[in-house]
Ligand binder design. Structure first.
Ligand code: DX5
Ligand code: ZN
Length: 229
């Protein structure tokens, strides 16, 4: 089986908001594969982060793919604005108030890639009927809303189920893991079949960005090489 592409996506939520341009330059220079942007509306999650204006400011600074994690109650209302702002992948939550199938269709109509995210407590079965139409399945390993939380290892079986399903469908969808992804957790997620790793504090927290990304890269390659199949 050809090696799967493993991608690291630093989450800007953990960066210094007063120096996002500097954060973007740092992760680009260190070889990040995408940027993950956490949009929070204060309803779907208790926190409020940023909206389309910030996404377009980021878009103007980088050619990296922008992975938008929409932690918002009404994704349908905002898909177009976020797509126009420059989002490449629009990742909505299955637990949001809009019909998931309609969200997927609308995102595709806008020409974007589309992902569906599951909160830690949401059973994998919820995403199964949609899987064929998705470019990404995002398994949350913390309760959405804040960076810097501890990785919940009990979501790993969902990563494995997502991997098995994507493989069975013969698809190329990414299986993403988001929340508390340290280098230790990254090994386990990669072993379980994740291919897209969202990393906030493990990139922008302690240590230097290049060294942190290097450690994460080693971790995901190591995990993937020991993948459980
Ligand atoms: C949490 C967000 C995450 C977060 C990750 O709701 O979805 O993307 O920024 O940050 P860390 O890696 O620090 O948990
Ligand atoms: Zn996120």
């Amino acid at each position: 089986m050809p090696a799967r592409r493993l991608r690291l996506a630093p989450s800007l939520l953990s960066a210094d908001f007063a120096d996002l341009a500097g954060a973007i330059r740092a992760v680009e220079a260190a070889g990040a594969d995408a940027l993950h942007l956490d949009v929070m509306d204060g309803h779907f999650v208790p926190n409020i982060s940023f909206g389309p204006a910030l996404v377009s400011a980021v878009r103007a600074r980088t050619k990296l793919p922008l992975d938008l994690h929409l932690m918002i109650e009404r994704p349908l209302r905002y898909l177009e604005s976020f797509r126009q702002a420059g989002g490449d992948t629009l990742v909505f939550h299955l637990e949001a108030k809009d019909d998931p199938r309609e969200v997927v269709r609308a995102a595709h109509r806008l020409g974007g890639q589309v992902g569906a995210a599951l909160r830690p407590g949401t059973p994998f079965a919820e995403v199964e009927p949609l899987a064929e139409e998705l470019d990404q399945i995002l398994v949350m390993s913390v309760h959405p809303g804040f960076s810097g939380q501890k990785f919940l290892a009990d979501v790993l079986p969902k990563v494995a189920s997502a991997r098995a399903l994507v493989d069975r469908l013969g698809g190329t969808a990414d299986v993403s893991i988001d929340g508390g992804v340290t280098d230790v957790a990254a090994v386990e997620a990669a072993r379980a079949g994740a291919t897209f790793f969202v990393c906030g504090n493990s990139v922008f927290g302690e240590g230097s960005v290049p060294e942190n990304l290097r450690k994460l890269r080693v971790a995901v390659e190591d995990g993937a090489a020991r993948a459980v199949r």
